[in-house]
Write a new protein. Sequence first.
Length: 379
Amino acid sequence: MPKEAKNNIKQIGSITKGQKIYIEDYVITFLKYITDKNKGKSLIFMLYGNLKQEDSEDVLYISGAVEAADTEKRGSIEVFSQAALDIAEINRIQYFSNLEAVGWCYIQPGFGDFINTDQTSYHLESFKKLYQVLYIIDPLDDSRSFFRKDENAPSLKPVGGYIIYYDKNEPMHEYLLHVKKEDSAGGAPKENLTENVDTFIGSALRRGRRPVKERKGLFSLENLEVNPQKISRLMGGLSFALLFVTLIIGGGLLKSNSRIDYIEKQISSLGKNYISLRDDVSEAQAVFAENREAEEEKTDSAAEAVTEAPTEAPTEPPTETPIASSASYREYTVKSGDTLIYLSRFFYGTADRVDDIMAANNMTEGDMLIEGKTIKIPE
């Protein structure tokens, strides 16, 4: 938190000695938005932030929060399901990559800001670090309190007061806008880990602006054409998926034997797909080499023919380029697998003309190529 932000704070309750807690206002706003939208329901959130040492004292800054997309019942309370933990980690990587999990928030309408034995037991089991906190909120009587581990006993103790600070929290602001956008679109479906990894990869690949068409699956052989660019993109996407699973493992989410088995199954599945895709790529490359040799033989024959009959007018080799032309641009029909980067390299021999193609077609960041649509290629 910038030093100037400490002049823009609001203290709640009495601050006691020990761990100070600062929570950013956008986090409070997000918790209130979700709570108001789900009136009367028990809700849980993962809290993200950093622990810092200031004047020989632990200071916890909370500047991010993610709602549990799926929960499960444990005793009298709701807790994070494995799917909820996976989705929370995906959102952390997307929006709060420089933060760590520093606790959780429990919304319990009608129960005040008190904790029960189930909440205490789950916190001690799932949040091992001393500074990780439980934030209890009862929206009906507007009561709220922080709790942390008691270093002298296997229980939780109230922290006392805390401080709300106001800062330029762009990641939390962007996540709040994302959630509101999903709500206005009818809400996002609750998905499992594999589907979310695929969604996460798709979001990253949209920077390449693939054309929109009916999805056939990342590992579908129908997508494996003899095309070096497509092969490279498929291999890159699969490698990214393997890397993402590795990040989850390293992120500290392995909390039980069942979790380990779950992740191993995901890795095994991805590994099998990788081997299958690698074999298909090898076969495709062999076919591509044969086709290239055949084309070279045709080219050599054509060259000999031209040498023997120099009076014939040479013909231009066929290309995939324009279907129409003018003084300022050529027209091109988008094909499966095309991206703006690929078209820039194809027509100009460099990826630096992407912006020119976008400008010629009134495209903005986030727009995608549509298969079958005719676009302009500037001269």
